[in-house]
Write a protein of this length. Structure first.
Length: 432
């Protein structure tokens, strides 16, 4: 009767599957009060401790989570499956903390319950330090003991991903999915692998499946948000991720960046402030605050924020770019160009410094330099539409009408970057 009564209580907080032997994944921050109420009502039920401990861990409350997990372990001598899941959660608390030593130590009691899962857990511990070779040794030992060990196959896929072997990573993760189709972890990792391999649509489909299976997992929400969904959906996903885990600094920073791009300046500043409350020296948050200040015309404050970021991370291309944009706004072009060149030197994967340098030179009437920067941008990034617009502006100012028309047409045909197409069409029409 006690298990039946507990199942009824769990149903009040959204559990629709049987409690034992496998407890369903429940929501984190959004349902902690409900899970605490279940624990209060059934204080000797280990599955209740497991549900609350897991939710606490995934919401970022590691100290509370470990205390509840240990309480559950003390109660679960007669429930070996729940004990095994609790041991996994105890190890995952340490993995979340990036603590290899304590994580590996937490795997040992799990190994006494399941030799294969003990090895799989040890593999995850090694992956905390990105030690793929050691992880693969552990997954091989796990799979030799139990070829159907889901956790080992997921860890194997992650290890191959660290080794940059996308083919083997995909194969391992698809095998994990075949073992446990309802396992969100394998879909999440496979989505990451496919997206990194340039198979965006397949990757997004796997990430959506992971979120469908584990609706309130902040990690799944975050990865889906940053791996290529539309800006409005990305913002919604990141808002959910930060609600589920208020200490999720990376999600707050991504949210603030998306909010600023959408023109939601106040919300962007609030997200940056949230990051700094979690990590007071975070350079990315300081740059985001500076971008907010710059968008509001507070140029000196923006430059100060950029300089603060550079004191923390001297090689931050984003901070150098912010300094450059601030100086350009102040009309200090030479200082701006020096900073643009420094930003480009720090990160050759981002065309923005070249494009902004071209735009700043054009605004100052220095179109020979604007043309040079625009040409470099389009040579390095032929699919980047803003580079073609900047080059077209410089060419038009120099009276190179046919070349300017070609540049604007290239901008309209380019697949990457965001431009005001109506404005470009207007410029093109003026050259006819």
């Amino acid at each position: 009767m006690r298990v039946v009564r507990f199942a009824v209580l769990l149903a009040t907080v959204g559990a629709l599957a049987p409690v034992l032997p496998v407890l369903p994944t429940l929501a984190q921050e959004s349902e902690l009060d409900g899970l605490r109420a279940v624990v209060k009502t059934t204080p000797t039920e280990p599955a209740a401790a497991l549900a609350l401990g897991r939710a606490l861990r995934r919401s970022g409350r590691s100290v509370e989570a470990l205390a509840e997990i240990r309480r559950g372990i003390a109660l679960s001598a007669s429930s070996p499956d729940v004990m095994r899941q609790l041991r996994w959660e105890a190890a995952r608390v340490q993995f979340d903390r990036r603590d290899f030593v304590q994580g590996l130590a937490a795997c040992k009691p799990l190994g006494a319950l399941s030799v294969a899962e003990g090895h799989a857990c040890a593999a995850d511990a090694h992956l905390v330090q990105q030690r793929a070779t050691e992880a693969l040794d552990e997954t091989a030992a796990a799979l030799a003991k139990d070829p159907q060990c889901y956790e080992a196959k997921v860890a194997e896929g992650r290890a191959y991903e660290f080794e940059l072997d996308a083919v083997k990573a995909e194969a391992s993760l698809r095998q994990a999915i075949a073992i446990r189709q309802g396992g969100a972890d394998a879909h999440l990792e496979l989505g990451r692998v496919l997206s990194k391999a340039g198979r965006r649509d397949e990757g997004i489909a796997e990430l959506r499946k992971a979120v469908e299976l584990d609706t309130n997992n902040p990690d799944g929400l975050y990865v889906l948000a940053v791996d290529g969904t539309s800006p409005p959906e990305s913002i919604r996903l990141l808002q959910r991720a930060t609600r589920e885990r208020p200490s999720f600094a990376e999600a707050w920073l991504a949210l603030g960046t998306q909010e600023l791009a959408a023109g939601h300046v106040l919300q962007a500043g609030q997200a940056a402030d949230a990051v700094l409350r979690i990590a007071p020296t975070d350079a990315g948050a300081r740059v985001l605050l500076g971008k907010v200040a710059l968008s509001q015309g507070r140029v000196d404050e923006a430059i100060k924020d950029a300089e603060a970021a550079l004191r923390v991370m001297a090689n931050s291309a984003a901070a150098k770019l912010l300094v450059a944009d601030g100086n350009a706004k102040k009309g200090e072009l030479d200082a701006a160009l020096e900073a643009y060149q420094a930003a480009w030197g720090l990160d050759h994967s981002d065309p923005t410094p070249l494009v902004h340098a071209s735009e700043a030179c054009h605004a100052a009437g220095r179109d020979t330099s604007a043309r040079a920067f625009g040409t470099r941008a389009t040579q390095e990034f032929p699919k980047w539409a803003p580079g073609w617009v900047a080059l077209g502006d410089a060419l038009a100012a120099q009276g190179e009408r046919p070349a300017a028309r070609d540049s604007y047409r290239s901008a309209l045909a380019a697949s990457d970057g965001t431009i005001d197409k109506a404005a470009v069409l207007k410029k093109l029409a003026a050259l006819r």
